[in-house]
Design a protein around this ligand. Structure first.
Ligand code: NAP
Length: 245
């Protein structure tokens, strides 16, 4: 991890986020790990070498108004933030004929609005510094509106578009904005689901951090998904709705 001295991972307690914290800390980066579950964060901190390497913060990303002050606190604790990764996400199971606003709302609040609440203070900070990297963990799920979970696909499509706008806004200030689109990853989120080309969280984290380090605009993890999604994006809607791809 030569590029970053400090990083903040939002949604860091388990899964891909926790793996990114482990790999960043192992590479000598000073990391802020943010999520709701403090016991998981503290266990991660201990496994990564203690508070000298990883600082932990309990926070619900749906408490949007807390993000700016917590971002300032993290900057003060770490001595700055070179890279902010927004990874928090939820994907509750939605049945074929279920229309549930409560679930839809949580997905939009956590996967999208929480990202905006964090990227706004981090973007302003990096624009002023004329340096930094913002990373959003989106998904292949944002590339098409599949029938299974409309709000999840919407949240990731909107996150992808939001990150593109942020990239176009911040590029002129030397700030990188990276969109990571993983395919299926074996975590609590996908437990019990039969999905193609599933990879372990370690591999997803490694792929995401490589894209962050390179400052790549948009990247699939693993890269195999790039030609697959290009093809799927071009399937006509009238055919797409009859398939399960
Ligand atoms: N797994 C996949 O197949 C896959 C594929 C593509 C993209 N992704 C995306 O990758 C990201 C990580 O997913 P994952 O598979 O690692 O899921 P996970 O194991 O369920 O972890 C989700 C993380 O998000 C945090 N989070 C959820 N709600 C939160 C809230 N209200 N406030 C703060 N943090 C919250 C969780 O922490 P707490 O619960 O402790 O708050 C946890 O650290 C998500 O954005 C997901 O959409 C996953």
């Amino acid at each position: 991890m030569g590029t970053f001295k400090t990083a903040a991972v939002i949604g860091a307690s388990v899964g891909i986020g926790a793996e990114m914290v482990r790999q960043l800390a192992a590479g000598g980066v000073r990391v802020a790990a943010v999520a709701r579950r403090l016991p998981e964060l503290e266990a991660l901190q201990a496994a990564c070498g203690g508070p000298e390497r990883v600082s932990v913060y309990s926070h619900d990303v749906r408490r949007f108004e807390e993000a700016p002050s917590l971002f300032d606190r993290i900057c003060a604790d770490l001595g700055g933030v070179d890279c902010l990764i927004y990874n928090a996400g939820v994907m509750p199971r939605v049945e074929e004929s279920e229309y549930n606003f409560g679930k839809d709302r949580e997905m939009i609040e956590v996967n999208l609005l929480g990202a905006m609440a964090w990227f706004n203070p981090a973007g302003a900070y990096m624009e002023a510094r004329r340096a930094g990297t913002l990373v959003g963990i989106s998904s292949v799920a944002g590339d098409r509106g599949r029938r299974g979970n409309p709000a999840y696909h919407t949240s990731k499509a909107a996150l992808t578009t939001y990150l593109e706008s942020l990239r176009n806004r911040l590029d002129r200030y030397g700030v990188h904005v990276v969109t990571v689109k993983p395919g299926p990853v074996a975590t609590a989120m996908t437990e019990g689901l039969k999905l193609p080309l599933m990879i372990p969280a370690e591999e997803a984290a490694r792929g995401a951090l490589a894209l962050a380090e390179a400052g790549t605009g948009v990247g699939y993890v693993p890269r195999t998904w790039s030609p697959i999604m290009l093809t799927i994006q071009h399937v006509p809607s009238v055919i797409f709705r009859r398939t399960n791809i």
